[in-house]
Design a protein around this ligand. Structure first.
Ligand SMILES: NC(=O)c1ccc[n+]([C@@H]2O[C@H](COP(=O)([O-])OP(=O)(O)OC[C@H]3O[C@@H](n4cnc5c(N)ncnc54)[C@H](OP(=O)(O)O)[C@@H]3O)[C@@H](O)[C@H]2O)c1
Length: 315
């Protein structure tokens, strides 16, 4: 099967590369990873040419415009990458009967709900990035709904607080904790840190049985590990894990001050509550007999963060 992955160099793209190196998905698949230099998603013709040439049966879009604050200044570019490009991919997939896996965000919600958001909760993004990801979700659903020829299948995975090989909150905290003793971290925004490796594993299992596509229910799935936390508690856990690992830091748990988000203004507003319910994905994985096969589906977020911090110090 021909598999095309956009976003080769991002956190999720790199995790997908590792996932596809496993023997589970190697045999019988012809996998192409593309980065910006091979296909700039700001140019729809580049995407179309690639799709028409390679003819993938499975498309995974791990690329996105993810500069949340910068997006406030360049909304056209954010919408082109986060909505225009996925639309081109979806039109192709729906037309040729291919499968599209795409990723969205907790930022499509305004964060005002008490408790975890479900896939059917009303979305109401606060900033340009969230609005552009919302537009991407709509464009994909519409392309599959209006397809007149062979209709493929799609999954949009809404995830949150992603960390992997790349710039992310945990790495920033660990760097700052080495440079200074005092840190101030927001303690009234809640969500779930998601390992890119965990996410890559989940979506590959959902979509593929070695070199066969699985038939899953098309739609939106919330995809985050078990549990929830605040940015402050996440920072404390990362610092503690680094200290337990023998790393030399200037900061300690006692010097990480909790602050309200109102004391840390940013260009783009963020949802105060980013908790995502994963019940729909759990049900779909159970229906496909995958829950017991997925190595890390039930590993809670905090165990994954501790492993990640240890892994960082060895690389
Ligand atoms: N990071 C998070 O905390 C978070 C939270 C919720 C949801 N998500 C979603 O999860 C998915 C994966 O995120 P991530 O953390 O892996 O993102 P990331 O590390 O920022 O990677 C995004 C990738 O997209 C590529 N890209 C951006 N503009 C492009 C363009 N014009 N043409 C081609 N490629 C382009 C970037 O290329 P370059 O390497 O060349 O810049 C980068 O490799 C995205 O859909 C994101 O919206 C992320």
């Amino acid at each position: 099967m021909n598999i095309l992955v956009f976003g080769r160099d991002g956190q999720l793209g790199q995790a997908l590369q590792k996932q596809f190196q496993s023997v589970l998905f190697q045999k019988g698949n012809n996998i192409l990873f593309v980065g910006r230099s091979e296909c700039d998603l700001g140019y729809p013709s580049q995407i179309t040419n690639l799709l028409e040439g390679f003819k993938p049966q499975l498309l995974i879009n791990a690329a996105a415009y993810t500069a949340v604050d910068q997006a406030e200044k360049e909304p056209e570019l954010a919408f082109a990458i986060n909505a225009g490009a996925p639309e081109v991919m979806a039109v192709y997939a729906a037309h040729y009967g291919a499968t599209l896996l795409h990723f969205s965000t907790d930022y499509v919600f305004d964060g005002s709900k008490q408790g975890a958001y479900t896939e059917s909760d009303k979305i109401s993004p606060l900033g340009v990035y969230g609005k552009s990801k919302e537009a991407g979700e709509h464009a994909i659903a519409k392309a599959f709904k209006t397809a007149t020829e062979k209709s493929g299948q799609f999954a949009i995975f809404r995830t949150s607080w992603v960390y992997g090989d790349g710039r992310n909150f945990i790495r920033t905290i660990l760097r700052l904790a080495k440079e200074r003793s005092m840190l101030r971290v927001i303690n009234d925004q809640y969500g779930v840190p998601t390992s890119a490796a965990w996410l890559a594993e989940v979506v590959c299992y959902l979509a593929l049985n070695t070199n066969q596509l699985r038939e899953f229910h098309s739609g939106i799935y919330h995809a985050v590990p078990r549990g929830e936390t605040s940015w402050h508690a996440l920072a404390c856990l990362a610092v503690q894990a680094a200290l337990d690992d023998g790393q030399e830091l200037q900061a300690s748990l006692a010097t990480i001050a909790p602050i309200p988000a109102s004391e840390y203004p940013m260009a783009a507003p963020r949802p105060m509550n980013s908790r995502l319910s994963t019940t729909r994905l759990q049900i779909e994985l159970e229906r496909l007999g995958l829950v017991s096969k997925l190595p890390h589906w039930n590993t809670p977020w905090d165990e994954q963060v501790v492993s990640y911090v240890k892994h960082l110090s060895k690389n």
